[in-house]
Design a protein around this ligand. Sequence first.
Ligand SMILES: *Cc1c(COP(=O)(O)O)cnc(C)c1O
Length: 365
Amino acid sequence: MEEQVVRPVPRAGVLAIDPYVPGKAKANGGHKLHKLSSNESPLGASPKALKAYRTISELQFYPDGSAGELRTAISEVYGLNPDHIICGCGSDEVLSLLAYAYLGEGDEAIYTTHGFLVYKIAIHAAGAIPIVAPEKDLKTDVDAILERVSEKTKIIFVANPNNPTGTYIPFDEVKRLHTGLPKTCILVLDAAYAEYVRRNDYQSGIELVANCENVVMTRTFSKAYGLPALRVGWAYGPEHIIDALGRIRGPFNMNAAAIAAGAAAVRDQAFIEQAVSHNNKWLPWVVNQLTSLGLDVTPSVGNFILIHFPEDEGKRAVDADAFLLERGCVLRQVKAYGFDNALRMSIGSEEANRDVVAALTEFLK
Ligand SMILES: *Cc1c(COP(=O)(O)O)cnc(C)c1O
């Protein structure tokens, strides 16, 4: 007789999660490594942030549970009320807090076909049902989202710009989306790449948050600020939502080094300008080079591009990935995002960008 194993079982939804697979950090062979798989900044972090990080030595004390120094710095630089800001261990934590606070069994949350993978994980983990809205030309399609909204819908997650597509929707469209939502549904605007976007019709969402009771903007220090190792993210929202998130977060969710380095980083906007200028110079350069090789690149306003490969045997994205890895260039396969024949490349240092272009030139010969 077979013995029945009795053991703890996670809540429904937990085992439906495909674990998040981070970008590879290693290449093959003796080549210099260019890690272009996680949209990290080739400029690293501000020297001022590194200096502040190194001042943290009294490790025997708990950090400030409210991350006051960091919230003050953010509120001063962005002109926001610090009571409307919550910090998290990366914006991933803030996204999870939103899901845990507002989603439960039977609720629905919507994101788009190629939306950021963390949304699906957070929705399932909260026991709710993920609903996927199709995109139009790889962009968020406001009408497709609105068509899927019901009284069960509690959160809409929109990355603007989106990862891994690099596309964005203009602020008019964001407002149109918000206008069509029930007042009980939260619109989460994930503006992880906002620093890089220089378009007249783009806004990260600050204005909308300030005027609405159901919009939250999330931001990160992992991209332009160059601090992913420390895990620093934040959200700006109406006080009642920030209050709810504050009740369920860990009492000391931000560590002391993250608070100190984050505060110094946000005050060094000159450094962000450098990161953005570097990107403005090299992103178009890489796109031009790859396009002249005959590759199709989705127009991006972020610090990364989505490169589409030919269907020819031996010239597909998996083949290119292997070829690039042999030459020290680590890009990101995006099958988990629904792209079978594309690679995502973060814009790197001049050397990294040139090495990728040279390798792909050889690959396509
Ligand atoms: C990188 C990224 C984040 C940031 O994650 P952190 O947890 O802050 O490091 C959030 N959203 C999107 C779309 C991203 O690409």
